[in-house]
Design a binder for this molecule. Structure first.
Ligand code: PEP
Length: 255
């Protein structure tokens, strides 16, 4: 099954709503409409920027989409600081990142929490970008495939084949995030292929063939081509390089 590549720019905790508008305008106007027929491009700003991005994208009928960096596992109520899936849906979000390694390591998110957030996203019609990835010690021990598959199974436990057909998986080795040490294309392919094989076991080969599996970790305009050329890599989750309009537009056009 042909899978449309996805390039997602995770801005992390950067850019206020005015800076967000400027960046989205620059990216959108650097990419001719025909690019969007071939590649999906999405930006993932902080919550505080979403309303401004929505106004811009809807007002100017831009072809890029946008999403959020996190979602509450709860529907509504006394959860100070949380943002629900229905709130994000109302803001026009297409995607929501769940289980980013920074959430897992800095905020103690377990696979159970990531699963609950994945369910909250699906319940509200959002596409969860479910992140997995091994640390350096696991990589050095050569246990990266087993580790990522265990994390994937925990983060998707009990989801139906239909639910799994609606997700995106992002493989992001922790040792590659923000370090400038991009994984080799062969390493990215090895893990993304194992992810797809596991999705086939959890859902079905047909479902697995349609799920987009992204690579993330120090992707830039120079290295994106080789990575997305791998048969099981369907795009990239991009951090630092997504804050530079020219570089993000260039790497989106290459993908
Ligand atoms: C990320 O945070 O998801 C990421 C991949 O960051 P960077 O591209 O900066 O390594």
């Amino acid at each position: 099954m042909a899978r449309k590549p996805l390039i997602a720019g995770n801005w992390k905790m950067n850019l206020n709503h005015l800076e967000a508008i400027a960046l989205v305008q620059k990216i959108a106007f650097s990419l001719p409409a025909k690019y969007f027929e071939r590649v999906d491009v999405t930006v993932i700003p902080p919550f505080t920027d979403l309303r401004s991005v929505q106004t811009l994208v809807e007002g100017d009928k831009l072809l890029l989409t946008y999403g959020a960096q996190d979602v509450s596992p709860h529907d509504s109520g006394a959860y100070t600081g949380e943002v629900s899936g229905s709130m994000l849906a109302k803001l026009g979000c297409t995607f929501v990142v769940v289980g980013h390694s920074e959430r897992r390591t800095l905020f103690g998110e377990s696979d159970e929490i990531v699963l609950a957030k994945t369910k909250a996203a699906l319940k509200n019609g959002l596409t969860p970008i479910v992140c997995i990835g091994e640390g350096l010690n696991v990589r050095v021990a050569g246990e990266h495939v087993e580790y990522n598959i265990a994390q994937l199974r925990g983060s998707l436990a009990g989801l139906s084949a239909e639910d799994i057909s609606k997700i995106v998986v992002a493989y992001e080795p922790v040792w590659a995030i923000g370090t400038g040490k991009v994984a080799s294309a062969a390493h990215a392919q090895e893990v993304c292929k194992a992810v797809r094989e596991e999705l086939a076991r959890l859902a079905s080969p047909e479902v697995a063939a349609g799920v987009r599996v992204l690579y993330g970790g120090s992707v830039n305009a120079k290295n994106v081509g080789e990575i997305v050329n791998q048969s099981d890599v369907d795009g990239a989750l991009v951090g630092g390089a997504s804050l530079k309009a020219d570089e993000f537009a260039t790497l989106s056009a290459i993908a």
